[in-house]
Write a protein that binds this ligand. Structure first.
Ligand code: BGP
Length: 503
């Protein structure tokens, strides 16, 4: 089996990472707009509102908001037949809780989608990509508040209706499972916008994370239901951050630790796809006495709002070792320090296994890592495609992010020789084609991440580049914003033209 004839070859971005125009056209601030730059080893910081003198890289980003026509022309030249982006919620509802949408924001996406369609490029749209209206955080506490379900569904319904003849493929929440790593204080990277109270214990945080995740899942399911009523042809998917977790050895407790870790990271797609919580998680909730707010109506919504396909990002794989053995051999894990839990696994009535991402993951010696420590593993993509396909009965899949973040050098003549990026993508596309050819996975498309340079979500940097298209801007915000083609541009062009045959 080869790739389908109508295979979606695209590129992926998110509104807040490339648009800029953060307060143009009536747009309100999102959580991404109050995050400082995190360049040169300094972590990004979440500020309380916009502080004068701070560098907020998302405010201008690469100014796609004003330059989208020029950029879409380049996308068309590259040969993309689809373009994955998000609709900035705060362009449509600046505060998130208004009665009426902002017409100027709606018009912007009308114009952008028209421009894409005119160029033979189909928009693939994420509704919420780490850009929750900031007002919903300060006023309501983000997705820890049930009211957010209604606000999100109203936003979804508004854009479903408006673009029902322009967009077919949708995703509800970007990397909804990234917040499963509740111990980190990276709330704006998640879709929940949660700000944990200063005195919250690890137990409180975990409970709150599960509660917010539940509200998001209900919001997602309600949106899927409404979307299908608005246009039965809509394909509405989930979006999962996939990093398969391998056992570090064949030691049975490493295998078990890996299985539990996979459950803790990937139960979101179980709920999205099967419409109910898996037994292993119900049992965990009971053991922890979380008593989450989950009504009978919520559970009915989940059952009726199953997704049509699974979109997922894939950059790397993880490895894990039985924590008890690791601790005995190496002493306490450093993790993210202050946020480590205050309770011990044994107190939960072992024998059982727990999973705390920052504590338990180990380096996999069999794969190389990028400058940012991301472990490069093309075969892990084939493994992931099989994992989803097998677990969810050959459900349609879409790889909606994949790519290599690196520092690019511009030569005197302006050329950029990014062979390392071509090597990375070639190996991953080969793995994806093998999964289709040899394993029969049902794959709709492939949209590599950040195919035009943009602001890194994790670090806030410009220098961590993923693009086929270079943007002249540095970490400090200097540069002309001019676009130019890297070597990978012509390479990807030929891949698309040959429907993946010529790598
Ligand atoms: C994913 C996000 C993207 C993007 C990508 C690369 O988790 O969905 O928004 O940013 O990762 O990450 P980074 O920008 O940190 O390199």
């Amino acid at each position: 089996m080869a790739l389908r004839k109508d295979f979606l070859w695209g590129g992926a971005v998110a509104a807040h990472q490339l648009e800029g125009g953060w307060n143009a056209g009536g747009k309100g601030p999102s959580v991404a707009d109050v995050m400082t730059a995190g360049s040169n080893g300094v972590e990004r910081r979440i500020t309380d509102g916009i502080l004068p003198g701070e560098n907020y890289p998302n405010h201008e980003a690469i100014d796609f908001y004003h330059r989208y026509k020029e950029d879409v022309a380049l996308f068309a030249e590259l040969g993309l037949n689809c373009f994955r982006t998000s609709i900035a919620w705060t362009r449509i509802f600046p505060n998130g809780d208004e009665e009426e949408p902002n017409e100027e924001g709606l018009q912007f996406y009308d114009d952008l989608f028209d421009e894409c369609l005119k160029n033979g490029i189909e928009p693939v749209i994420t509704l919420s990509h780490f850009e929750l209206p900031y007002h919903l955080v300060t006023e309501y506490g983000g997705f820890a508040n049930r009211k957010l379900i209604g606000f999100f569904v109203k936003f979804a319904e508004t854009v479903f209706k408006r673009y029902k003849n322009k967009v077919k493929y949708w995703m509800t929440f970007n990397e909804i499972n990234n917040q499963a790593n509740f111990l980190r204080d990276f709330a704006p990277f998640t879709n929940s916008g949660l700000k944990f109270p200063a005195d919250a214990t690890a137990y409180d945080r975990e409970k709150l994370m599960y509660q917010a995740a539940h509200y998001e899942l209900v919001a997602s399911a309600q949106a899927v239901k409404i979307g299908h009523q608005i246009n039965p042809d809509f394909q509405i998917g989930s979006m999962i951050a996939m990093c398969p977790i391998y056992p570090q050895s064949s030691r049975p407790t490493d295998i078990m630790a890996a299985q539990v870790a996979m459950q803790r990271r990937y139960w979101f797609s179980d709920v999205h796809t099967r419409g109910h919580y898996p037994a292993y998680l119900e049992s965990y909730f009971e053991r922890k006495a979380f008593n989450l707010d989950r009504t009978a109506q919520d559970l009915a919504d989940l059952a009726e709002g199953c997704v049509d396909y699974i979109g997922f990002s894939y950059y790397m794989s993880f490895a894990i070792k039985d924590q008890k053995i690791r601790a005995k051999e190496e002493g306490p894990a450093s993790g993210h320090g202050t946020n480590l839990p205050t309770y011990k696994d044994e107190e939960l009535g072992a024998p059982t296994f727990d999973y705390i991402e920052d504590r338990d993951l180990v380096r996999n010696e069999f794969v190389p890592a990028s400058e940012w420590g991301w472990q490069i593993d093309p075969l892990g993509l084939r493994y992931s495609l099989n994992w989803f396909s097998e677990r969810y009965d050959n459900i349609p899949l879409m790889i909606v992010e994949n790519g290599f973040g690196a520092v690019d050098e511009v030569e005197e003549d302006g050329s950029i020789h990014d062979q390392y990026r071509i090597d990375y993508l070639k190996a991953h596309i080969q793995a994806m084609e093998d999964a289709v050819t040899y394993d029969g996975v049902n794959l709709l498309g492939y949209t590599p991440w950040g195919f035009i340079d943009l602001v890194s979500a994790g670090t806030g940097e410009m220098k961590k580049r993923y693009g086929f298209i270079y943007v002249d801007k540095d970490n400090e915000g200097n540069g002309t914003l001019a676009r130019s083609k890297k070597d990978s541009f012509a390479w990807y062009q030929k891949v698309i033209a040959s429907n993946g045959a010529d790598l």
